[in-house]
Write a protein that binds this ligand. Structure first.
Ligand SMILES: Cc1cc2nc3c(=O)[nH]c(=O)nc-3n(C[C@H](O)[C@H](O)[C@H](O)COP(=O)(O)OP(=O)(O)OC[C@H]3O[C@@H](n4cnc5c(N)ncnc54)[C@H](O)[C@@H]3O)c2cc1C
Length: 618
């Protein structure tokens, strides 16, 4: 049995974002597949997920880290505690939460699935990847596979009996997927696959009876590059007519990686067709493999974003608890008094700065990810075409920000959580050092954050003639105009307006350079541009949430007859709801005044015209 963990979830903020801010229950009611579902249904799922994450998944986190997966003669062994927890997870139906009920899923909306995923990712990222990979592969088979494929594979995948994987990367084809060398040769009703894939998560282990690898390969004679790549379903064991596992299909695990983090997740090198007998089954049409993968990419990238925010949220809550319990030093205002009482470190201004930074990033990113997942649901199911198109535009624009900004700031949050702990944060006695190691991979896989930045600046910003960007800026303008005179938040809204105008200015400047033939200079700045864009988005979301929270706080103050600052402060100290809403308002103010100004430095760098780092490598 794994030891109990200290993992916590922030159900109050999750509930605020879902219902008080996004009004997800009402929005989902408008979408036919979810019109029969209510807030009660969603709450039940979210609450059960929180319990499962805290009681079953979180206790295996340290086990995965201290007893990593082992490789021996083609077999990968996972720790017994991980196996037991995974069995409970699969039996509980968590793997197929948003999958189709025709194949054993539960038909829930993506935004609710994402909320549960935040808990599981925070509880144990390495664990959650096994199910996440299978769910992602299942979605691909569901959308593009033949009827026969769906019938043969999906139920076994959604139940967790069979593991799904995504096999893109090769030694010479990482970010440049189109350079892959794995081949496929037509042979009757199937193709013979030959090649080696590296870094394949969940590529081999002992928690399932079969593997369903989705493999990108080039059919003999196909064009070079992305356009010549096709997608194949390659089971480790062929499936018999009655659906049971049959003959070995010449897919071998030849090794696993020894990594900085997520050590419970098996990262495998897979060899396909060493004996020339590996059968692959074409998914969709020949040469359209990359397109199919790309169509699933928005979801997968939001999934990696929630990995960043889930782990960051867990780290922040650990740091917050520690800061309130750890006694060290005296109040700064009494530093000359040797008899002054010793105080919790949360009293110290620098620790408060670290805690507010963590809170603002976590809550801002949570709002961004949930909002984007809701847009994804709307883009797919809204009955009104205009609404579908608008949601699709926001989804396209925000996806690289969800992936890169939430994982970069998530890493920063875990680093600040360690700093909040001081020396203990660096030691294994507390979980924050593991969180920092586990989260790092999220900025690398599923398209590195550098590639996300190029996607935002090089593709998304100019998509549909810049229409998606215009829609976003228009929404932002409406918000800024509406709330410029807000009695509490007005000055912060004005700050956001100015920063948003600077973002628009940089975008125009880069657009002009691009049109005059200079693509390199803008692309050189793609990463800071994404960070700039991300700060504007997060500032906007935090302020929108603060407007809602301030209204609720005012109501609570009125109900409790708090008319002056002292009685209001006392209410915020004594009443947990008042404290919560006050925290939302403060997080927004803190972000706008303390964190967002860093983009002014980015703007200066981007407008400088300096190319000293661009023309040659050091
Ligand atoms: C733990 C782990 C799990 C993984 N799981 C999977 C999996 O399940 N399936 C799978 O297929 N793959 C998986 N990967 C692979 C992962 O997706 C790749 O590592 C990633 O795509 C980067 O490729 P690379 O490692 O070859 O780095 P490279 O592509 O060599 O990149 C190195 C650096 O160069 C930059 N760079 C590269 N090309 C460009 C460019 N054109 N412009 C600007 N910058 C560029 C990158 O941003 C990066 O900073 C996993 C990797 C790890 C470590």
């Amino acid at each position: 049995m794994a030891a109990q963990s200290t993992f916590q979830v922030d159900k109050r903020d999750v509930s605020f974002v879902l219902y008080e801010f996004l009004k997800a229950d009402a929005e989902l009611k408008k979408l036919p597949p979810f019109s029969g579902m209510s807030k009660n249904d969603f709450d039940m799922v979210v609450n059960e997920a929180a319990k499962m994450a805290v009681n079953t998944v979180a206790p295996v986190n340290a086990v995965c880290d201290r007893s990593p997966v082992q490789f021996d003669k083609g077999k990968v062994t996972t720790p017994a505690e991980l196996k037991a927890a995974y069995k409970a997870y699969c039996e509980g139906g968590w793997l197929g939460l948003t999958g189709p009920s025709d194949f054993g899923g539960q038909d829930l909306p993506g935004v609710i699935g994402l909320a549960t995923h935040e808990f599981f990712m925070g509880a144990c990222c390495a664990f959650t990847m096994y199910g996440g990979l299978t769910a992602a592969a299942s979605r691909l088979v569901f959308h593009y596979g033949t009827g026969e494929m769906k019938k043969t594979y999906l139920e076994k995948m959604y139940s967790g009996q069979w593991q799904g994987t995504m096999c893109l990367t090769e030694a010479g084809a990482g970010s440049a997927v189109g350079d892959l060398k794995t081949t496929a040769k037509k042979s009757g009703d199937h193709y013979l696959i030959s090649g080696q894939k590296i870094f394949i998560s969940a590529g081999e282990h002992d928690m399932c009876e079969n593997f369903v690898h989705l493999v990108l390969a080039r059919i003999e004679g196909a064009p070079k590059g992305m356009k010549g790549v096709s997608l194949f379903l390659v089971p480790k064991y062929l499936v018999k007519g009655d659906g049971s596992v049959g003959a070995y299909n010449d897919v071998q695990c030849v090794g696993i990686e020894h990594k900085m983090g997520i050590k419970g997740s098996a990262t495998c090198t897979l060899s396909f067709g060493e004996e020339g007998k590996c059968q692959g089954f074409l998914i969709g049409e020949e040469h359209r493999g990359i397109q199919y993968m790309f169509l699933m990419m928005n979801e997968a990238r939001i999934g990696v974003g929630i990995q960043g925010t889930g782990i960051a949220a867990a780290a922040y809550l650990e740091a917050l608890r520690y800061a309130n319990e750890r006694i060290q030093g005296t109040d700064i205002e009494q530093f000359k008094n040797v008899d002054a009482p010793r105080v919790p470190i949360a009293k110290h201004p620098d620790v408060r700065r670290m805690l507010w930074t963590q809170k603002a990033y976590v809550e801002g990113c949570r709002a961004l990810l949930y909002q984007t997942a809701l847009w994804a649901d709307m883009a797919q199911f809204h009955p009104d075409e205009d609404e579908r198109n608008k949601a699709m535009g926001m989804l396209e624009l925000m996806t690289p920000i969800c992936k890169a900004y939430c994982t970069d700031t998530g890493f920063k949050v875990t680093e600040l959580a360690i700093q909040t702990f001081g020396g203990y944060g660096y030691c294994q006695e507390y979980p924050v050092e593991q969180y920092m190691r586990d989260i790092k991979i999220a900025s690398i896989y599923e398209g590195t954050n550098g590639i996300q930045a190029m996607d935002l600046l090089g593709r998304k910003v100019s998509m549909k003639g810049g229409m998606y960007l215009m829609t976003f800026l228009n929404d932002l303008n409406i918000f800024c105009d509406q709330h410029a005179g807000h009695p509490v938040l007005g000055n912060f809204v004005k700050n956001l307006t100015e920063t948003k105008d600077k973002l628009a200015g940089v975008t125009m400047h880069f657009g002009g350079l691009g049109m005059s033939g200079d693509q390199l200079y803008p692309i050189y700045h793609a990463a800071p541009y994404l960070a700039f864009f991300g700060d504007v988005v997060i500032g906007w979301l935090l302020l929108r949430m603060a407007v809602v929270a301030q209204e609720k706080l005012d109501r609570l103050c009125a109900d409790n007859c708090c008319t002056d600052d002292d009685t209001k402060r006392k209410l915020c100290a004594d009443n947990s709801e008042a404290k919560f809403y006050d925290g939302k308002v403060r997080a927004a103010k803190f972000f706008i005044s303390q964190l967002m100004p860093r983009v002014l430095g980015y703007e200066q760098a981007m407008m400088s015209g300096d190319r000293s780092g661009l023309d040659v490598a050091p």
